[in-house]
Ligand binder design. Structure first.
Ligand SMILES: O=C(O)C(=O)Cc1ccccc1
Length: 438
């Protein structure tokens, strides 16, 4: 069994004063673990070793281990789900946690009620937390997709877009979403990795490396933010606005344009902000969240489409325990992470391995190398030079089933001290326009 990983601080340092009162404090850490960034094969079974042969066998493993194909393809999702449903007629559709069916009664869930209207709101599932993560038995036929946040979060919408008929499982932290897949409580996790306005969600890149899940798909979700408040509250009454840090950043100018004189405070997720305003009957606090969150938590929409850019899109990746078999019959993307020890022009050489083969890169991101943050060179008589060490995350538009991608990676492997294929998966080709409602 995998070790449990303690809660680490949120990617965006949410305001602790706003943590939902119904949850245990995140400082309660029943398990501890040392996070290792050594690139040994035990810690990183998918990491590519130092030789070309290692890399080739890693590719072979990548192909031979693959068991899940069509479920990762949103277009074939409904087909594969109906197949799996017919294969397990006894399955019910309620996710099973820790061996128990998660009905509201046996999880002891208290329906959410607001002081302003105690009858209107439907109870929402309680997010998983670290204490819920003991191994679960086999479950029903629906694909179970873990996401961070509470119902109404954009990640839940992304799960629904990727797997239309899934059971979306709310989790109170990303770590929990990852672990729920590792422990077979969920089948997939969905993880926001970048936004067209806010850029990369860095901590989630770190999580990708720390865990051994595989990227098996991506979805791009147009995000339409709304300003929400309790019924009867006008925007002039607001003294603060709370939301996920990315949402606050994406609406920064519009909030000012709306004439709001408010403090901004970060919480774990957008829908959680709406829930917090509702549960605590806060008449001076607005939340930035989706229209669906307004409906779920009984809030009014004071302003619609408040993102600064109408083309606001967030990219999510889907993660599974096993990689999918890469194909060539539709556009694929491959995500890798690599590090290099030292040497000049390594990045140039790596990038040229793709350029020479006409492989487009869609992303390149560098992150400080946690276990080797700094390299010191003692040049004789020349003082001591210090360099930051980095990991590089690269996405490129090719499938690992294509020889040009395999050859490019073989070359990249020669210049790098560590290389891991995070996944090779169908590209989200859904057309969208800024005005389209999703
Ligand atoms: O908080 C949410 O609802 C999320 O799913 C994360 C997020 C926040 C802002 C934009 C896109 C995703």
């Amino acid at each position: 069994m995998h070790s449990l990983i303690p809660t680490s601080s949120s990617a965006f340092a949410p305001s602790h004063s706003l943590f939902r009162p119904t949850r245990p404090p995140t400082s309660a850490r029943p398990f501890s673990i040392q996070c290792s960034y050594r690139y040994d094969p035990l810690t990183y079974p998918n990491a590519v070793g130092p030789s070309r042969a290692d890399w080739q066998s890693s590719c072979a493993i990548l192909s031979s281990q693959a068991q899940i194909i069509s479920q990762e393809d949103p277009q074939s999702q409904s087909q594969s789900q109906s197949q799996s449903q017919s294969q397990s007629p006894a399955a019910d559709h309620i996710p099973s946690l820790n061996g128990h069916n998660t009905t509201l009664e046996n999880l002891n869930l208290v329906p959410i009620q607001t002081l302003h209207d105690s009858t209107a709101l439907k109870p929402q599932p309680k997010p998983l937390s670290i204490t819920d993560l003991s191994p679960a038995p086999m479950h029903g036929s629906k694909l179970r997709v873990a996401y961070q946040g509470v119902p109404g979060a954009y990640s839940e919408a992304a799960a629904g877009k990727a797997y239309p008929d899934c059971d979306a499982i709310p989790c109170d932290q990303f770590e929990v979403a990852f672990q729920s897949v590792e422990l077979w409580i969920a089948d997939r996790a969905v993880l926001p990795v970048e936004n067209s306005l806010g850029g990369s969600i860095h901590r989630n890149y770190d999580l990708l490396l720390r865990h051994k899940l595989h990227i098996v798909g991506e979805v791009q979700l147009p995000v339409h933010h709304c300003l929400l408040a309790l019924p009867g509250v006008r925007k002039e009454y607001l003294t603060r606005v709370i939301s996920h840090p990315q949402a606050l950043a994406q609406c920064e100018h519009t909030l000012t344009k709306l004439g709001l004189n408010v403090t901004r405070e970060a919480v774990d997720d957008t829908a959680g902000a709406a829930e917090f305003v509702s549960i605590n009957n806060l008449r001076d606090t607005g939340a930035i969240a989706s229209a669906r969150a307004a409906e779920l938590y009984g809030l009014d929409i004071l302003a619609n489409e408040i993102q600064d850019d109408s083309g606001n899109v967030t990219r999510f990746v889907m993660l599974a325990r096993e990689p999918i078999i890469p194909r060539t019959d539709r556009p694929f993307k491959t995500s890798i992470v690599f590090a290099h020890e030292k040497g000049t022009s390594v990045l140039f050489k790596v990038l040229s391995a793709f350029a020479f083969r006409n492989i487009s890169l869609t992303k390149i991101e560098s992150r400080p190398h946690r276990s080797h943050p700094i390299r010191v060179e003692d040049g004789a008589n020349a003082g001591t030079a210090k360099h930051f060490e980095y990991l590089f995350y690269v996405d490129f538009e090719a499938s690992m089933a294509e020889p040009r991608a395999q050859n490019a990676l073989a070359e990249v492997q020669e210049f790098t001290s560590f290389l891991r294929v995070l996944g090779s998966y169908p590209m989200d080709m859904t057309p969208w326009s800024p005005s389209r409602e999703d």
